[in-house]
Design a binder for this molecule. Structure first.
Ligand code: AMP
Length: 303
């Protein structure tokens, strides 16, 4: 039995180095990446929609066309006059990548500024996915609006999935970041944190400590990712460890966590078997880290 998977957040224009001083244009962003992999892995009786805000410029039109081409629904996207998408550029120096961002004024920052549209979008979905980045880009009031809607979804029995995706640079202060991410998790029924982020920013000294902290917030389903060291699941108190796949040569870890999330949720929705979903997601993520870029073509995922 299918349904609608709704991912909410910001997709940006990505500029990467194409040699000889040329730049290649792409589109990426954590929640869009997860929507991409969910679409790749879900059965056809599921629709996948992206909820964001875009402008009325040519780049926004191109982005919408790109989502559609990928089979991702765009009907719920808010379009704002005289706004444009955010942008980031990947620079390469001695093989090391660094990122510059132009996203302070992006249209996506207003994705929750129309509460009615937000409610309609969430009510239309069976599964809702968002991240700490989705919350970080919003004003305090809009973050509260989004959290209230997500809480309603959880209370009505929907699967609400949240990746804390902790990016201190996006937040005005550590206190606001801690408090808002904690509320995001509390409003969710399934969280997918990355252990190294949680250790660095919440001070967790073990995966067990991360699980305890989220369980204490009333989150029944927890997936702690730990890179090449696999994932630990805690579903209603039952813990399972699932190792990562061995990868011959890691090419680019961009989107490893996002692809894991999309593939995990897709498979989990099929039969609610979390360890099996994690094994499947580890295979998809292994393919993704073996290729360049955030969005690996569906036919290269081996699904
Ligand atoms: P992370 O967000 O870094 O914890 O990675 C998410 C998922 O991607 C992990 O749970 C693994 O399944 C996969 N992954 C990340 N890095 C590697 C790696 N070096 N080798 C194999 N799998 C990886």
């Amino acid at each position: 039995m299918g349904g609608r998977f709704l991912s909410m957040g910001e997709c940006m224009v990505e500029l990467s180095q194409a040699g000889a001083g040329l730049l290649r244009k792409g589109f990426a962003g954590d929640t869009l990446n997860t929507a991409w992999y969910a679409r790749a892995c879900l059965t056809k009786d599921w629709s996948v929609d992206y909820f964001t805000a875009l402008g009325d410029d040519a780049m926004s039109d191109e982005m919408v066309a790109f989502f559609r081409e990928a089979g991702i629904g765009t009907d719920l996207i808010r379009r704002i006059k005289a706004k444009a998408p955010g942008l980031y550029m990947i620079s390469l120096k001695d093989g090391e990548r660094s990122f510059s961002y132009w996203r302070e004024n992006s249209a996506a920052r207003q994705l929750a500024a129309d509460p009615e549209l937000l409610r309609t979008a969430i009510e239309s979905a069976d599964v809702v996915y968002f991240s700490g980045i989705t919350l970080a880009i919003l004003s305090r009031d809009d973050a509260d609006t989004l959290l209230a809607e997500v809480r309603r979804a959880k209370a009505s029995g929907k699967l609400v999935a949240f990746d804390p995706n902790i990016r201190p640079r996006l937040w005005s202060s550590y206190d606001v970041m801690h408090a808002t991410i904690t509320e995001g998790a509390r409003a969710s029924s399934l969280v997918l944190p990355s252990f190294d982020d949680e250790a660095a920013h919440f001070g967790d000294d073990s995966i067990e400590a991360t699980i305890r902290r989220y369980r204490a917030l009333g989150v029944p389903e927890i997936v702690v990712k730990n890179g090449a060291d696999g994932v630990t699941l805690d579903f209603d108190g039952t813990q399972t460890f699932v190792p990562a796949e061995r990868v011959e040569q890691v090419v680019d870890t961009t989107s490893a966590g996002d692809s894991f999330n999309g593939a995990f949720l897709a498979r989990y929705l099929a039969d609610r078997n979390a360890p099996e979903a994690a094994r499947f997601a580890a295979k998809v993520a292994a393919r993704v880290v073996s290729e360049h870029g955030a969005l690996v073509a569906y036919d290269k995922l081996g699904i």
